[in-house]
Ligand binder design. Structure first.
Ligand code: NAI
Ligand code: MG
Length: 354
């Protein structure tokens, strides 16, 4: 038996509704593969912020540092500014745990209607987003607050090691897939950081002669993701470009509710964190109708990361089969199923215990 200790952070809104399905799936598939999970749950959230003035306790990171992985629902709630909830919980975890890769696979499942013509089943790509530097930096400030000449400056930080390691990750990943990398750039408009990024892409390409690559300006690239998404294999982008691209791609694939993400420290020194791409969805929270697929797929990615790729693949196969062979799907995918009904269908479709 392999035993994993998992930190569970349900967070806010539907975050708390989609994590139990992910846990149920993990326990079921784990039992088949001789893997057990022990969960420690943390109430870090906007609810906690409103009661105690902080999203997590001062020693929060120390409490989860030695877990094997973190599974997070979503954070954010009306009444707490989004930058407070994000910078009080998610960003510290990503940065302090050196989770420099944000991995976001996207695919169109058979049986899921997509709003986009070219997004046929077969669209299957991964956005590799730089996760700890770039445009989301703390360097900068506000000046002349409250005066007519008030101003704000925010510096984008691109370091050679930071860009190189995310590019190498993307090229290595492409080598295990269809062997193609698209680099998101904007070196025609952003004249310092983006030409630097492009130069490092050329270097990464030379280190990976088995992988083809091209670069696209982000504005043209987003149009192609809508018009012809099947052409992409791995798209690598900076923190900002990768963030926007992956939400767009999830919508192209049918719903933001299906998209998963891994925040990964490839060195293994710190725990990696897996979470659906979507937020807390206050508009549907409490109704039991949230799509748990994004959270379940995130759990499947966690299985891959923890060294159980067969178990991870079984989870994805079960989800795929439910969508292809049954009408059971949540409202965001045009169905009528509740969160529980969809979860039950996935559990019933998983292979039986051995
Ligand atoms: P959102 O992803 O929460 O919701 C956008 C739309 O998609 C809503 O109409 C929602 O009902 C729908 N939706 C999202 N997930 C769904 C699911 N699993 N099943 C069915 N429908 C789903 O994004 P929004 O509204 O911009 O943000 C709400 C809150 O969540 C904010 O406080 C925001 O800061 C936070 N947020 C947190 C994230 C995280 O924890 N990683 C990511 C994105 C937003
Ligand atoms: Mg986002």
């Amino acid at each position: 038996m392999t035993d994993h200790r998992i930190a569970l952070i349900p967070g806010d809104g539907i975050g708390a509704e989609v994590l139990p399905p992910a846990v149920a799936v993990l326990d079921r598939v784990g039992a088949r593969h001789g893997v057990t999970f022990r969960y420690d749950e943390f109430d870090w959230s906007c609810t906690r912020y409103l009661a105690e003035g902080a999203m997590m306790p001062a020693d929060g990171l120390d409490r989860i540092r030695h877990h094997d992985a973190i599974l997070l629902g979503a954070v954010g709630w009306p009444g707490v500014p989004d930058h407070v909830s994000l910078w009080g919980l998610l960003i510290p975890i990503r940065r302090q745990f050196r989770q420099y890769v944000n991995l976001r696979p996207i695919r169109v499942f058979e049986g899921v209607p997509t709003p986009v013509l070219g997004a046929v089943p077969g669209m299957d790509f991964v956005v590799v987003r730089e996760n700890v530097e770039g445009e989301y930096s703390e360097v900068g400030g506000r000046f002349n607050r409250g005066f007519p000449d008030e101003m704000a400056v925010q510096e984008a930080i691109f370091t050679r090691p930071g860009v190189t390691r995310i590019l190498d990750y993307a090229f290595d990943l492409a080598a295990t897939r269809r062997g193609h990398v698209t680099s998101a750039t904007k070196s025609n408009g952003i004249v310092h950081t983006m030409p630097f990024w492009d130069e490092l892409v050329v270097e990464a390409g030379a280190r990976h002669p088995n992988v083809e690559w091209r670069q696209e300006h982000i504005d043209a690239l987003v149009a192609k993701v809508v018009l012809d998404p099947s052409r992409f294999d791995v798209i690598v982008g900076s923190n900002l470009f990768g963030d926007i691209l992956s939400d767009l791609a999830a919508a192209v694939a049918g719903s933001i509710g299906i998209a998963p993400a891994g925040n990964i420290d490839p060195s293994g020194e710190f725990p990696s964190m897996f979470e659906p791409v979507h937020g807390s969805a206050p508009d549907i929270a409490g109704q039991g109708v949230a799509n748990p697929l994004g959270a379940i797929w995130s759990a499947s990615m966690m299985l891959d990361h923890l060294g159980h790729p067969e178990a991870g693949a079984e989870v994805l196969a079960a989800v795929t089969a439910v969508l292809a062979n049954s009408p059971v799907r949540t409202r965001d995918l045009g169905g009528t199923a509740s969160t529980d009904e969809f979860t039950t269908a996935v559990l019933d479709t998983l292979p039986p215990p051995r």
